[in-house]
Unconditional design. Sequence first.
Length: 381
Amino acid sequence: MSIDQFKYSRIPPEAEAVRGEVRAFLADALKDNPAIRRANSWMGFDAEFSRKLGARGWIGMALPKRYGGGDASPFARYVVIEELLAAGAPVSAHWFADRQSGPQILHYGTDVQREKHLPAICRGEQFFCIGMSEPNSGSDLASIKTRARREGDKWVVNGQKVWTTNAHRSHYMIALVRTGENSSRNQGLSQFIIDLSLPGITIRPIKDLTGSEHFNEVFFDELVLDADALIGTEGQGWAQVTAELAFERSGPERFLSSIALIHTLIDAVGCKPDALQAKEIGRLMARLLTLRHMSLAVTSQLAAGQNPAWEASVVKDFGAVFEQEISELAQLLCDISPKIEGGSDHAQVLAYLTQMAPSFSLRGGTREILRGIIARGLGMR
């Protein structure tokens, strides 16, 4: 990421203006929100809260007004999601539709698909999940085996997706599947909008270390889709999905999903930190600010219609390292042990995020795959 790109990592005043309104709304909406729920912000599922955000025009903000959006800049949307995450709001219900599926449908969908899905997404009434990873095909998406074959004017899908967040609570999935045979692994791939209420779909939740059920296995057994379920161009799924991943990997959730632990750590240390506490908390803040600038620089590129896959991978990788180190540092700096129940706010948040931290370098692309993307990107510069 060049020095010139950092010139565009500042939020324009017109986008910044919405911050006060969002904070006032959240102060009222989350006034009874306990610390452990704030720690679960990015995975916190609350359909009613999402509908309230939709009513305020804070979902699908950057989508066109004709589809229920606000024609807002990506920076205005950035301000809103930054405030939501910083406050620990339960955003999971609408998150993937707002971040990925809505823009994907806008860019690649037909007029019928846009009219059907985008207004409902903006109202916070239609939830999407992302069908990418499969068994033995996690971050290596080019190795997926789920296949769709054409039968007349229908598509028939067979295969499996895994680690699909919120599939058991979502209305639709945008799935990457194989529709052709090619010598190159990343050719012959296509994307489909799949109605998850159709017969031929089995969804099995997977419990994580905290006992929560965010992830799922999704099985397709002779699932029949209409021709209009195809989004974009048949065989161009690889180009479409790589553009989508830039949205997934560069947002503030890559370094703010553990912000609740920083808050409780600062409260636990108090107003008279020792030298080590002051130094290490200062370093955390410096890294947080740097990641924010990097994330905003990627937002500038996305706003300009570019595909910053390399830069987004850098943000995601650095953000995962940062967040995984927070729980370790918290235990070093403060003599409070993690405690799932009955402990202080800090002890409970620490326990939750210590269990979740191992997943941070897996979600959105494993560290090893991302660093390969980064290495290739550096080689081309």
